[in-house]
Design a protein around this ligand. Structure first.
Ligand code: CP
Length: 306
């Protein structure tokens, strides 16, 4: 990992991914330790978050470290015009690691190039969400017993969905078959289809969220249509409810199927799915705690006494 930062999932080797998953499993069995005692970590969230920020902060607290930071940039001097560079340089005076979410694509990469301390990307615009990908991989591994040879169906906002972009890149080592289900306005960008072609990743694209698609799937990865990414809100209104998963659509699905969603959800998974044992999105969010404990230790260079 260059610069001991965690900016893009594409920087990781297969061995690093598997090692992080092993560490996440260790933390699931041993979540409370004092291995961050004396360390201060900062969470700088320039965009809203529930799970990512709180699970990172829980990860630090359960490992005995201390947290500083903000969840609303309007309460900071960036609202007075302070640049991202100056903010990062200031916070690096106080913290051993900066976990940041920013609305600009590339912000975390930029921060990692100027920061004297480790940067963890907690989401940069529509680009990457690598810590989400680690918890997604951990969830897939836990529920399928393998990462190899799976059919993964991605549904919804594939254009702006940073979680699906990162997941495609991470799965390049594991021979997946992707099904991209999206309307024309939100289809997978060419950049990621080119990435699939370059790395021999099989994929098909369809508008049709049919039972045939669902019944052939191992992992059904639903995504929210993200209102905050649209400049034309009329377009958002046209596409926001195109795909909704309902419990009745799961009756012919494979026994091993699991439904994932990075959350928050709006209308793309009906509440009647929640009681189905194949619904895994709340456990998936819990897995984020363990995956993020593993990531923090990795960037800080902490060897685990397993
Ligand atoms: N999955 C995810 O990033 O959720 P939050 O926006 O609540 O952090």
């Amino acid at each position: 990992m260059e610069n001991k930062s965690f900016v893009s999932i594409s920087e990781l080797t297969k061995e690093e991914i598997l090692s992080l998953l092993d560490d996440a499993s260790y933390f699931e069995s041993n979540p409370n330790q004092r291995i961050l005692e004396g360390r201060v970590l900062a969470t700088l969230f320039f965009e809203p978050s529930t799970r990512t920020r709180l699970s990172f902060e829980t990860a630090v607290n359960r490992l005995g470290g201390r947290i500083i930071g903000f969840s609303d940039a309007n309460t900071t001097s960036s609202s007075k015009g302070e640049s991202l560079k100056d903010t990062i340089m200031m916070v690096s005076n106080y913290a051993d690691c900066i976990i940041m979410r920013h609305y600009l694509e590339g912000a975390a990469q930029y921060a990692s190039e100027i920061s004297p301390v480790s940067i963890v990307n907690a989401g940069d615009g529509a680009n990457q969400h690598p810590s989400q990908t680690m918890l997604d991989l951990y969830s897939i591994y836990k529920t399928q017993g393998t990462l190899e040879n799976l059919t993964i169906t991605l549904v919804g906002d594939l254009k702006y969905g940073r979680t699906v972009h990162s997941l495609i890149q991470a799965m390049r080592f594991f021979n997946p078959t992707f099904v991209f289900v999206a309307c024309d306005e939100l289809r997978m960008p060419d950049e990621y289809k080119d990435y699939c072609n370059e790395h021999g990743i099989k994929y098909v694209e369809t508008h049709d969220f049919s039972e045939e698609v669902i019944n052939n799937t191992d992992i059904l990865y639903m995504t929210r249509v993200q209102r905050e990414r649209f400049t034309d809100l009329m377009e958002y209104e046209r596409v926001k409810n195109v795909y909704t998963l309902r419990n009745s659509m799961l009756s012919g699905s494979k026994p091993n199927l699991r439904i994932l969603h990075p959350l928050p959800r709006v209308s793309e998974i009906a509440y009647d799915c929640d009681e189905n044992p194949k619904a895994y999105y709340f456990q998936q969010a819990k897995n984020g705690l363990y995956a993020r404990q593993a990531i923090i230790c990795k960037v800080l260079g902490i060897k685990l006494d397993k």
